[in-house]
Design a protein around this ligand. Structure first.
Ligand SMILES: CC(C)(COP(=O)(O)OP(=O)(O)OC[C@H]1O[C@@H](n2cnc3c(N)ncnc32)[C@H](O)[C@@H]1OP(=O)(O)O)[C@@H](O)C(=O)NCCC(=O)NCCS
Length: 165
């Protein structure tokens, strides 16, 4: 199962609904569509496409975290949403690994983060398979669907080993 990432186009939007998961209920989200690749230095999103049948699997996105006032102390925090029809086939692992590749190849960041609900075992496994390491529990960190939820913080560093794909 191969996947590739490309900029989102307007025709993707009806399929990129978000939701349909207890861990992804953040309300309406902004569309990221551009004929050009998004700037990695700004918040952004890319579409995930399956190589074999060219079907649209979902979306990966990122925001920026700051761990200090200097520019070197910032890193992307990535997220993913896959259409129900495309879950459970290893696409989550591959798409997130490819997004990590993009950041390490095209920016100077030392670290890429991800964060998921303590109960989202599928995402925790997908992240670990992509090379992320579990760093700790973030208590009450995420407001979602009307209440605060505990999460797990994951990260991969530039020098960390990358699983073979
Ligand atoms: C979470 C998500 C990105 C995972 O991607 P995926 O392609 O479905 O997952 P994978 O096929 O790569 O499987 C990852 C692992 O989780 C396991 N898994 C899948 N669904 C599972 C479930 N419901 N419960 C427990 N484990 C599960 C798989 O067996 C696999 O484990 P393995 O590597 O040990 O075999 C995807 O399911 C999704 O988009 N879900 C809805 C939105 C969401 O939760 N996004 C993340 C918010 S932080």
């Amino acid at each position: 199962m191969g996947v590739f990432l490309r900029p989102q186009i307007p025709a993707d939007l009806p399929s990129l609904t978000g939701g349909e998961s207890p861990y992804d209920d953040f309300g309406p989200r902004a569309a990221h569509t551009s004929p050009r690749p998004p700037e990695l230095d700004a918040p952004g999103a890319l579409s995930v496409v399956v190589t074999e049948d060219r079907s649209l699997a979902g979306t990966v996105s990122w925001i920026w975290q700051h761990w200090g006032p200097n520019a070197a102390s910032r890193n992307p925090m990535i997220g993913i949403w896959l259409r129900p029809s495309h879950r459970g086939r290893g696409i989550g692992r591959d798409a997130q690994a490819q997004l990590v590749d993009l950041f390490f190849r095209h920016t100077t960041v030392n670290r890429v983060e991800a964060h998921t609900d303590v109960d989202n075992i599928a995402e925790q496994r997908a992240l670990e398979a992509a090379g992320f390491q579990r760093e700790g529990v973030t208590r009450g960190a995420q407001w979602r669907d009307g209440s605060f939820h505990d999460g797990v913080l994951y990260a991969i560093l530039r020098a960390d080993p990358r699983p073979p794909r």
